[in-house]
Design a protein around this ligand. Sequence first.
Ligand SMILES: *[C@@H]1O[C@H](CO)[C@@H](O)[C@H](O)[C@H]1NC(C)=O
Ligand SMILES: *[C@@H]1O[C@H](CO)[C@@H](O)[C@H](O)[C@H]1NC(C)=O
Length: 300
Amino acid sequence: MKPESSSSSTFLSSPLKNIVTGFLFVYVLLCSLPVSLANNLKNFIDISWGDGRGQMFNNNELLLLSLDRSSGSGFQSKNEYLFGKVQMQIKLVSGNSAGTVTTFFLSSKGDYHDEIDFEFLGNTSGNPYTLHTNVFSEGIGNREMQFYLWFDPTADFHNYTIFWNHQHIVFYVDEIPIREFKNFQDKGVPFPQYQAMRLYSSLWDADNWATRGGLEKTDWSQAPFKAYYQNFCEDGCFWYNGYSSCTPNSNSWLWGNFDNDYAKKGQMKWAQDNYMIYNYCQDSKRFPQGFPLECYLNTS
Ligand SMILES: *[C@@H]1O[C@H](CO)[C@@H](O)[C@H](O)[C@H]1NC(C)=O
Ligand SMILES: *[C@@H]1O[C@H](CO)[C@@H](O)[C@H](O)[C@H]1NC(C)=O
């Protein structure tokens, strides 16, 4: 062994290394950018469509997406990621938002694309939004789980976070994990891990299916519909022209389960027991021949 290469991680035995680096790196992905930089959304985000319906205000600290009869709008991150964490605070369309869909998702490109979705399905006034989640790997999704929220997502900003490493994908709402999609690639379930993804968000009209299965139509007299965003945070492995900014040794969070410890598991159970309204792994009508493989593996 060359002495100059013996960093702490090369001489610790493997299990010990995991424990030590686990503690050392557990706090790495905390969106630790200086606030002044993180707040300026122009540094990280491009408004990508909508012909002026997407705008930034307040020194680019606040982003608006709007929707009217002729178009919605959307933005995308400047960076692509191959593992990491993205988070944003969102305040959803208020009042009668039936028919509208606000999305916040990671996606790669191409026919066999990977995708990790948050979609907020609007509702008539006083009725709850549905938070729809999905995971696509190699072009195949059909892994929907849906939730109600434990707060009014139109009254204030709340944090929505996607965490993604080799071990799992975790969806968080206000730091509470609501869903985990584990990497069972070794058991034959494709896991998103080979394609870099970009963050996208949009506000658009989907009144043919979004609210009560399409029964509630968009009330265009309420347009323009508006969703607000602030405090973007990205951390992890950035993907530049085929190269990752990460190396396995310096980024041990990439491999571990550190982001979903025992206490967090209790939180996820709480969210699912109380707020989950749909789980594809429990929809036996839809899968009469048996559930997708991961449904049998995901026992914890
Ligand atoms: C959202 O995240 C920010 C930044 O990490 C944090 O300061 C704030 O407390 C979070 N808000 C909630 C409601 O969890
Ligand atoms: C809208 O409200 C109705 C009635 O409470 C509810 O059944 C439905 O799940 C809600 N969400 C959507 C997207 O339709």
